[in-house]
Write a protein of this length. Sequence first.
Length: 83
Amino acid sequence: MCVQLWSKVDWLTLFGLFAVTAMLVCYALEDRSPWFVLAFAGSCALGSAYGFLQGAWPFGLVEGVWSGIAIRRWWLRRIPQSS
């Protein structure tokens, strides 16, 4: 059963799985370093590309917006806060 499932998975689906898994991992690790915020932005951009390639343009559009928001968050976090 599991072999049959994986035999029907195409490269686009694997790309989407990678993108959303990367988003999840980077989001969970954001407090450790600003670089995880940047990696989250990159994985959102991958998720956006996946959405457009799949034909789900609303998903691609929203993920693109999230990527922009994450880049801004990274830009603000990379500057050390003075105490």
